[in-house]
Design a protein around this ligand. Structure first.
Ligand code: IFM
Length: 424
């Protein structure tokens, strides 16, 4: 099998760094949320996490030994006043021949910006573009590839619609302005990054093939609505310059003249995070939302209980190609992976990754332009509201001592990279 893609690993700042009060870092919404009783499992916080902030050289050495081409990490907006850590990280990666692929926003909004309205406020989009320019001013001599936002759908849905993530608002459909302001932030940041020499800019959307619960009209209609929220709300404006019809109507005058042109700034690639398909049916009469998520039966599940459907990755990518046609840029799978039980004998993860890489190969064979695949994640880490209970790493982390122990999947990936299996 020869899919010929760049192979990498992915992480995010709040999930691994720790050092939340060091070197000028200001509080983020995740500091506030995780320190609020009842918000995260067992009250876990990212205060220390994997202590990557102090153990970065060791983690870069792990990546070098793994043999990855690239490392997708995120820059903490709360560290904007002192980017020295990322300066050192970028240098360490380049010394080891690993291409840096930073994401500028992976959910850790500075609390001070949330206090002024967060993503409900249009001004946050402008502030994000300034921050993007500031980071590129510092790192842009060595970093030419950027991801603007990670999974803006999840940040809107869990952070502002359901309240299960920071900042913890439960506004249901009232959260929709968060989508537009994140998209506007993306568009303005693309311009700021290009002005500073960026050669590859993308956004990372998490997408999920939607499986209607039945052929009934009501289930089909609910599935189409869900598809519009998860798969089209953030892809249509970026790729086509328009919102799905009913969402455009709901957004009303949140969208101003010129916004969609900014949001549609040409992209060099689209980042896609894939974990599983979603089965959707019609909601009960008294439901708050216009769809109902149902379990997918008869397939294995991860430790998180997520269904394992590798063919969904191929179906998703072929579906995107069919939907967007020539408007679809090359694709990077910027996250794919699974949580497993604690331990280093993780045959489950090896089988998961192998099956998904085969599905990627199938998508490439079907004509989808796939350029990269990033495993989520290098390290076991802070899994948001689930705290440290869900382990996604190729490398086990002992959260008491910080000790790293490569798992079987790490050795499998290393061997498969060394064998040239994924090279053109
Ligand atoms: O840990 C998260 C990551 O932050 C975003 N994508 C999904 C991962 C697993 O839930």
């Amino acid at each position: 099998m020869e899919i010929g893609v760049e192979i990498g690993v992915a992480t995010a700042a709040y999930q691994i760094e720790g050092a939340v009060a060091e070197d000028g870092r200001v509080p983020s919404i995740w500091d506030t949320f995780s320190h609020t009783p009842g918000r995260t499992l067992d009250g876990d916080t990212g205060d220390v996490a994997c202590d990557h902030y102090h153990r970065m050289p060791e983690d870069v050495a792990l990546m070098a030994d793994l043999g990855v081409d690239a490392y997708r990490f995120s820059i903490a907006w709360p560290r904007a006043s002192n980017l020295d850590f990322y300066d050192r990280l970028v240098d360490a990666l380049l010394e080891r021949g690993i291409a840096p692929l930073p994401t500028l926003f992976h959910w850790d909004l500075p609390q001070s910006i949330e206090d002024e309205g967060g993503w409900l406020s249009r001004s946050t989009a402008e502030r994000f573009a300034e921050y993007a320019g500031h980071v590129a001013d510092r790192l842009g001599d060595r970093v030419r590839r950027w991801i603007t936002l990670n999974e803006p759908f999840v940040h809107m849905a869990q952070g502002y619609a359901l309240g299960t993530h920071a900042p913890g608002h439960a506004l249901l459909l009232g959260a929709l302005p968060v989508a537009h302001h994140q998209l506007l932030a993306h568009g303005l940041a693309v311009a700021a990054l290009r002005e500073r020499g960026a050669t590859q800019v993308m956004i990372t959307n998490n997408c999920s093939p939607v499986l209607p619960a039945s052929d009934d009209d009501a289930d089909l209609a609910a599935a189409a609505v869900y598809d519009a929220f998860q798969n089209r709300l953030f892809n249509d404006p970026v790729l086509l310059g328009e919102y799905p019809d009913f969402i455009a109507g709901a957004l009303g005058d949140v969208v101003r003249d010129g916004d969609l042109a900014a949001i549609r700034a040409p992209l060099d690639a689209l980042g896609i995070n894939y974990y599983n398909p979603t089965r959707v049916g019609a909601p009960p009469d008294d439901a708050d939302l216009p769809f109902d998520i149902r379990p997918i039966e008869g397939v294995p599940t991860t430790a998180f209980g997520w269904p394992v459907v590798p063919s969904g990755l191929r179906d998703l990518l072929v579906g995107l190609r069919d939907r967007y046609g020539a408007a679809l840029p090359p694709i990077y799978i910027t996250e794919n992976g699974c949580s497993t039980e604690d331990g280093t004998a993780d045959r489950f993860r090896i089988d998961f990754l192998d099956a998904h890489l085969r599905a990627l190969d199938d998508a490439a064979a079907a004509g989808v332009d796939v350029r990269g695949y990033f495993v989520w994640s290098l390290l076991d880490n802070f899994e948001w509201a689930e705290g440290y209970s869900q382990r996604f790493g190729l490398v086990r982390v002992d959260f008491e001592t910080g000790e790293r122990t490569p798992k079987d999947s790490y050795r499998w990936l290393r061997d498969s990279i060394r064998s040239g299996r994924w090279r053109r």
